[in-house]
Each structure stands twice: as structure tokens, then as C-alpha cells.
Design a protein around this ligand. Structure first.
Ligand code: PNS
Length: 174
């Protein structure tokens, strides 16, 4: 049984994450989506909210489980008997950071490989922080997050009227 771990903050989950989860399942028998719960790192969504939004978004994908983890990723991977860690690469900046992290994890647990999947070009610009920012200003986040999570994320960040900026910036704001 080949187990892989797809770790992240998922604060919140994006369509880029969902695509990587789908593609990652082709590489293993079980993909564990591991949600970082770090008391030092402030998250906008609770552990339960993040896990629920991920689970809903990938409910039709076989071979996926969603779990919280804290502490070292290498320790969690060891406990779960994982063969490798899966990470997405959105561009050159990601590659530099992720390569360092991959080797740190290999130092912590010998033989623990990290597999990088390139983000699809149309999904590469998407990040959780970008989604939070668009939502905070009342923008439409539906092109960036799973349909099942749009309302929850929108309402968390913005209570006012939605701005009609789909497809362009309104004249008044140009
Ligand atoms: O979605 P993110 O925030 O890019 O995910 C980062 C994550 C969770 C993969 C990374 O911060 C992590 O693995 N944290 C746990 C602590 C750890 O093991 N760090 C790696 C050794 S430097």
C-alpha cells in the first residue's frame, strides 16, 4: 500500500489544491491531506472548518483522507508510513523554497522523498492569501475556490454588498 501525504495550511483550500489532490491520487493508493495545526501560526479558519471544506471539495475523489497534524511533517509521515510527500510548484519561487524543505524533511527522516507536481498554468497564480484578499474586498472568489466553499469563505471576510467587479474593475475605481 503506497501512502502519500499532501501537507499544507489550506487556509482556505483553493482549486489549485483540489487539482493537486486529484492528480496526486494517481501516484499512490492513499493520499492523506494533512492540515497543519500550528498554535504559533495564526489561521483564518479553524482546523474543523479547513478539514470540512477540504472533505467537501474532494468527496468524489477515491483514496483521499483528510487529517490534522501538528509538529514536524517528517514525524507525521513516519507515523503514517508514508512513501512520499506531495507538493505543488507554482513557479520558480516555490521551487527554491520547496527544494529546501524537501531536503530538510529527508534529513529528518531518511528516505522520505518529496514529489513535486507543477501547477496547471491556469491555476498557478492562485494562492490562499490571494483568495483571502479578494474576499476581504468583496470580490468574486468563485473562479479560485471549490464551489462548495465559496459562500463560507465569502461570508467570513466580507459582510457588505458584493461588488460588481466580475470581468473588470468598475469605472469608478479605475
Ligand atoms: O500550505 P503551506 O503553508 O505552504 O504548507 C507548509 C507546510 C505545512 C507544508 C510546512 O509549513 C510544514 O511542513 N510545517 C510543519 C513543520 C515542518 O515539518 N517543517 C519542515 C521542516 S523545515
Amino acid at each position: 500500500m503506497r501512502i502519500a501525504i499532501f501537507p499544507g495550511s489550506f487556509d482556505p483550500i483553493t482549486l489549485g489544491h483540489v487539482d493537486l489532490i486529484r492528480r496526486g491520487t494517481a501516484l499512490c493508493d492513499q493520499l492523506i491531506v494533512a492540515v497543519l495545526v500550528n498554535p504559533d501560526k495564526r489561521a483564518y479558519f479553524t482546523q474543523e472548518e479547513r478539514i470540512r471544506m477540504i472533505s467537501q471539495a474532494v468527496r468524489d475523489v477515491p483514496g483521499v483522507t483528510v487529517e490534522a497534524f501538528s509538529g514536524l511533517l517528517a514525524e507525521f509521515a513516519d507515523m503514517r508510513g508514508a512513501s512520499f510527500i506531495l507538493r505543488g510548484i507554482r513557479g520558480q519561487m516555490d521551487l527554491i523554497y520547496e527544494t529546501d524543505m524537501a531536503w530538510a524533511n529527508e534529513q529528518l527522516l531518511s528516505g522520505l522523498e518529496t514529489v513535486f507536481l507543477p501547477a496547471r498554468p491556469e491555476l498557478a497564480p492562485i494562492s490562499s492569501s490571494m483568495v483571502r484578499q479578494i474576499a476581504a474586498f468583496g470580490g468574486d472568489i468563485s473562479p479560485f475556490v471549490p464551489a462548495s466553499a465559496v459562500d463560507e469563505i465569502t461570508h467570513r471576510f466580507y459582510n457588505g454588498e458584493r461588488k460588481a467587479i466580475k470581468g473588470g474593475i468598475p469605472d469608478a475605481e479605475k
